[in-house]
Design a protein around this ligand. Structure first.
Ligand code: CAA
Length: 258
């Protein structure tokens, strides 16, 4: 079934998903989130895809959950439907690496969606924020949790309590984004990073993702044990033999995900 609120393209093993509700600055409504969840699940299942890039437009990655869609909802509506839960879980569940390429506004659910990705490359015009407080509510899909883990309590409290926006430079200083590039180079940079990841052994990239994410869920002792065991297990792969042989033979490795 064709998508209406996102555009999906696969190019050289990279699945590019572009949020596409320009009239609403890519605000996240039910349809968009369902389509995004489906696209992520399909990218995970597609053997040709080795890395995913999620982006929006030059003006907005996404300006938040759709306020017009939410405004009339009651507690019962959002509680019983578990608003946004299934769809965002599908995004966070993807095991292949996902890069967020953020230009313009990444606010509320938009900032939270970017944080569900594995790392964020920001255009120099990017603005991050959790302005839900201005609507009489609070962040609901990670803005008090993932943001606090990313930038610490002081800044997370500041962002969530005042609703102020953070520019790309502050976001990079704070550890929310990994790189900043001029806006016109955003997609080149993000696709380049994705291509680099796509060249690696996918067993290893998926293992890295799982291991880094484990650090947010467990103690250091357990995390180190998990990391060590996954590291050991990679010696069971042909890609480990290939990678190390290629190094010694001074040639590029040809990984086969085995
Ligand atoms: N929901 C629905 N529509 C939105 C939207 C949103 N989150 N953000 C922008 N839009 C719409 C506007 O209503 C407007 O549509 P109309 O032309 O039909 O009126 C269009 O997008 C363009 O927006 P603006 O005219 O406001 O553009 P601007 O350049 O003047 O301002 C902005 C840009 C600062 C991002 C402003 O649009 C804004 O503040 N948006 C809301 C940001 C926000 O509060 N996000 C949090 C949402 S709640 C949430 O996300 C909950 C959660 O954690 C899950």
């Amino acid at each position: 079934m064709a998508y209406e609120t996102i555009i999906v393209e696969i190019e050289d093993h990279v699945c590019l998903i572009r949020l596409n509700r320009p009239d609403a600055l890519n605000a996240l409504n039910d349809q968009l989130l369902k389509e995004l969840a489906r696209a992520m699940t399909e990218a995970q299942a597609n053997d040709k895809v080795r890395c995913i890039v999620l982006t929006g437009s030059d003006k907005a990655f996404a300006a938040g959950a759709d306020i017009k869609m939410m405004s009339e909802k009651s507690f019962t509506d959002v509680f019983t439907s578990d608003l946004f839960t299934d769809e965002t879980a599908a995004v966070a569940r993807v095991r292949k690496p996902v890069i967020a390429a953020v230009g313009g506004y990444a606010l509320g659910g938009g900032c939270e969606l970017a944080m569900m990705c594995d790392f964020i490359i920001a255009a120099d015009n990017a603005k991050f924020g959790q302005p839900e407080i201005n609507l009489g509510v609070m962040a609901g899909i990670g803005g008090t949790q993932r943001l606090t883990r990313a930038i610490g309590k002081a800044k997370a409290m500041d962002m969530n309590l005042t609703g102020r926006f953070m520019d790309a430079e502050e976001a990079e200083r704070a550890g929310l984004v990994s790189r900043i590039v001029p806006a016109k180079e955003l997609m080149k940079e993000a696709m380049g990073a994705a291509q680099k990841i796509a060249e690696k052994s996918m067993i290893a990239t998926m293992a890295v993702k799982e291991s880094v994410n484990r650090s947010f869920e467990t103690t250091l002792r357990e995390g180190l044990l998990f990391e060590r065991r996954v590291f050991h297990s990679l010696f069971a792969t042909e890609d480990q033999k290939e990678g190390m042989s290629a190094f010694m033979e001074k040639r590029e490795p040809q990984f086969r995900d085995r």
